[in-house]
Design a protein around this ligand. Structure first.
Ligand code: PGA
Length: 252
């Protein structure tokens, strides 16, 4: 079901005490916000997931993990399985983030397997994709995005899309302070929705939430979020500060 979403990706930030402090501040601030059809999601680092998931249980904050392995279990030193995440109350997983693609060589083919594994374990997937600056300069951005989505998600049934949230994150806008203009975001989001409609049907396309990510902050959020096909944001830097993150929720 399409909803408005503000999701914070904490990346490799926040110790346990810092995480607890941030969650406490968020819970307090959003308690009285009207959140009809609006989801608030945070993705702390692995070691703090269990604690955060427990302390947000009775709040309207949902908890996501930032990555997981594609296998059920086994000899994969340093890795975490979908089943483990489920067992500590995690309901969502971020997959395909550009930092995972770039620094950990995650390919579309690998991501397709991770998506299947997540869905098999009833985790909802926030699937990230986006072009690098060179692609945009060369006018290849639509093609790049189309391929990333096709290769990792188009083997799914229409029904499976109920557990998919898309996040368009132009790599040149992540952590750079540079944001896609609201028009650029809308143009790409409308294109993505039309791709999904073409492959599946209008209902699947209409119901999927498409988030924008890349240097979203209180100063630019309202304008981006106001675009018809932008259903919210995947937030990095501004999710690390309670006031900023709450301002983004208010913006939506
Ligand atoms: P940013 O990160 O908001 O710091 O640009 C966004 C993201 O990586 O999801």
């Amino acid at each position: 079901m399409r909803s408005k979403i503000v999701a914070g990706n904490w990346k490799m930030n926040k110790t346990l005490p810092e995480s607890k402090k941030l969650v406490k501040a968020l819970k307090k601030s959003i308690k009285n916000l009207p959140l009809e059809n609006t989801r608030v999601i945070i993705a702390p680092t692995y070691v703090n997931l269990q604690r955060v998931s427990k302390s947000t249980k009775k709040s309207s904050i949902e908890v996501a993990a930032q990555n997981m392995h594609q296998a059920d279990s086994g000899a994969f030193t340093g890795e975490i399985s979908a089943e483990m995440l489920k067992s500590i109350g995690v309901e969502l997983i971020i997959l395909g983030h550009s930092e995972r693609r770039e620094y950990f060589d995650e390919t579309d083919a690998l991501l397709a397997k991770k998506v299947d594994q997540a869905l098999k374990n009833k985790l909802e997937v926030i699937f990230c994709f986006g072009e690098v600056l060179e692609d945009r300069k060369n006018g290849n951005h639509f093609k790049v995005v189309e391929n990333q989505i096709k290769n990792a998600l188009f083997h799914l049934s229409a029904d499976a899309w109920k557990a998919i949230i898309l996040a368009y994150e132009p790599v040149w806008a992540i952590g750079t302070g540079e944001t896609a203009s609201p028009e650029q975001a809308q143009e790409m989001h409308a294109f993505i929705r039309s791709l999904v409609a073409e492959k599946y049907n209008g209902d699947v396309a209409k119901n999927v939430s498409i988030l924008y990510g890349g240097s979203v902050k209180p100063a630019n959020a309202k304008e981006i979020f106001s675009k018809e096909d932008v259903d919210g944001g995947l937030i990095g830097g501004a999710a690390l500060n309670a006031d900023d993150f709450v301002a983004l929720i208010e913006a939506i």
